[in-house]
Design a protein around this ligand. Structure first.
Ligand code: ADP
Ligand code: MG
Length: 242
């Protein structure tokens, strides 16, 4: 069995079916990029993986455990599956350090001291150690997003979901955030990311999935999708965005 298995997932909002039977497998240490037009279902698919949305049918398994359906331990699931959004969603009334250590202390059962030591190592690894006492609104968007990534990493997730994490950033701040993702990929962290950064997707992905209107139209290696897309809709999409 693969590490992450998504099998025939359907998801509707009212009468709007936004995932129409999506199947996808991700092996450990893989970086899978989801590309596709706005509204094609990328965010919904990521949100189904950590159960921020519930599927209507189909199954998702992580490391052999089903995460769809009743009786799932959501605390455990969200420890194992980190997610970072386009809008960094840091808690505005908490310092950077408190943002990062909240979940490990509250949910992970780690002591405050240990959580803070680990947080500092992570913050320093992204150049944010000096900002540990700062509050989010004093940071740039790129700095806030680096903290949001560290906050997710602090739970030591087994897979990270990144949903267009550079989309809200000023162009000059994008590079620093992508550099962190690149580093995590080199360290072998399993990741699924929705992105509009095609150059980056090409560079880091072991697998690229092109979503079109709620279905995977084409998937393959980064080289295959970007250099020799087979489907006409993939070709059209890439000709518009690259
Ligand atoms: P993408 O991330 O590729 O832009 P989304 O997954 O955000 O696509 O959206 C896919 C479709 O699902 C869109 O038509 C969107 O309007 C719809 N959708 C997403 N979330 C909700 C929601 N909570 N309620 C109703 N419709 C939603
Ligand atoms: Mg989206």
């Amino acid at each position: 069995m693969s590490f992450l298995e998504i099998s025939d997932v359907h998801k509707s909002f009212g009468h709007n079916e936004v995932l129409k039977g999506v199947s996808l497998t991700v092996e450990r240490h893989e970086v899978v990029c989801l590309i596709g037009a706005s509204g094609s279902g990328k965010s919904t698919l990521l949100r189904c993986v950590n159960q921020l949305e519930q599927v209507n049918s189909g199954e998702i398994h992580i490391d052999g455990d089903t995460v769809t359906g009743a009786g799932v331990d959501l605390n455990r699931l969200r420890r194992d599956v980190g997610i970072v959004f386009q809008s960094y969603n840091l808690f505005p009334h908490m310092s950077v350090m408190d943002n990062v250590t909240l979940a490990p202390i509250r949910v992970g059962g780690v002591s405050k001291r240990e959580a803070q030591e680990k947080a500092m190592v992570l913050l320093e690894s992204v150049g944010m150690g000096i900002k540990a006492k700062a509050f989010p609104d004093s940071l740039s968007g790129g700095q806030q997003q680096r903290v949001a990534i560290v906050r997710a990493l602090a739970m030591e997730p087994r897979v990270m979901l990144l949903d267009e994490i550079t989309a809200a950033l000023d162009p000059e701040l994008v590079g620093d955030v992508l550099e962190i993702v690149r580093e995590l990929a080199h360290e072998g962290l399993t990741m699924m990311l929705a992105t509009h950064e095609m150059g980056f997707a090409k560079e880091v992905s072991s697998q690229v999935c092109f979503l079109d209107q709620g279905a995977i139209c084409e998937h393959g290696s980064a080289q295959q999708i970007f250099e020799e897309p087979r489907e006409e809709r993939t070709q059209q999409f890439l000709s518009r965005v690259v």
